[in-house]
Design a protein around this ligand. Structure first.
Ligand code: IPE
Ligand code: IPE
Ligand code: MG
Length: 235
């Protein structure tokens, strides 16, 4: 692949990624699926650090969907352990990189040690300002909207506008997604950030997530920089 020049003046403010293809990557090598997830965590580390380096302000990654509970227990258990290992092993880089960590999704049914780890890193990075790194865990776009509606009802609020509604979403205070990347060739949203994706640019690549590297990422960012965003208007 030819090297492409990245124009850092035209970067998306918020990149969201559906990190797909870990299982396929492992299968291709005759390895158990969890090896693919482990390799995927390495890819993620590189993308987080590079995003921070080039000045992406928000990076949201889909780590576990509300539908992923239907996978075999061994895989679900591993996917619940991986975020803790990821945070612990990248702790220094997160602090040094001035990265704020956030988790979105229904966390009450996550294992207790994972809930505690999430809280620890959210609290310790609350004042970090360079980039916000958001992990969607037990997240579903429909669930997000429904929990917001339920909270509004509980508070007796009967009329809202877009702005007010956003305050009730898990993604409160996070801007709309500018660029959505999905790896591994599937072209669907899989119940990711439904509300925040309303006007996002979509980028699909056949590359499997464990193989998604800086070069692949730059290619996606360059394509984004050439997109003509119209928001319903004309130019
Ligand atoms: C994405 O990779 C990771 C998660 C969904 C947690 P997959 O595990 O979905 O990999 P494929 O799609 O089976 O290749
Ligand atoms: C989406 O990938 C969820 C995550 C990447 C965490 P899936 O592999 O679960 O999506 P489908 O099943 O192919 O739609
Ligand atoms: Mg998949």
């Amino acid at each position: 692949m030819k090297d492409v020049e990245l124009d850092t003046t035209k970067l998306p403010q918020h990149v969201a990624i559906i990190m797909d293809g870990n299982g396929t990557w492992a299968k291709k090598r005759g390895l158990p699926r969890n090896f693919g997830h482990r390799q995927g965590a390495q890819a993620l580390r590189n993308i987080v650090l590079f995003s921070n380096e080039i000045g992406i302000k928000y990076l949201t990654v889909f780590a576990f969907s509300t539908e992923n509970w239907s996978r075999p227990k061994e895989e679900v258990d591993y996917l619940m352990r991986l975020p803790m290992e990821f945070l612990r092993s990248n702790e220094k880089e997160i602090y040094k990189g001035n990265i704020k960590f956030l988790c979105i999704g229904e966390r009450d049914c996550l294992p207790l040690d994972l809930q505690k780890t999430i809280m620890k890193y959210e609290n310790e990075t609350v004042n970090n300002q360079r980039m916000t790194f958001i992990v969607a865990l037990n997240y579903g776009g429909k669930d997000d909207i429904i929990q917001a509606v339920n909270r509004l009802l509980q508070e007796g609020i009967s009329k809202i506008d877009n702005q007010k509604f956003e305050e009730y979403l898990y993604t409160k205070n996070i801007p709309d997604v500018d660029l959505l990347i999905r790896t591994s060739g599937q072209q669907r949203i899989s119940n990711f950030l439904l509300w925040k994706l309303s006007y996002s640019e979509l980028y699909f690549t056949n590359v499997l997530w464990p193989e998604f590297n800086k070069k692949q990422y730059i290619k996606a960012l360059c394509e984004y920089s050439e997109r003509d965003r119209r928001y319903g208007g004309i130019k």
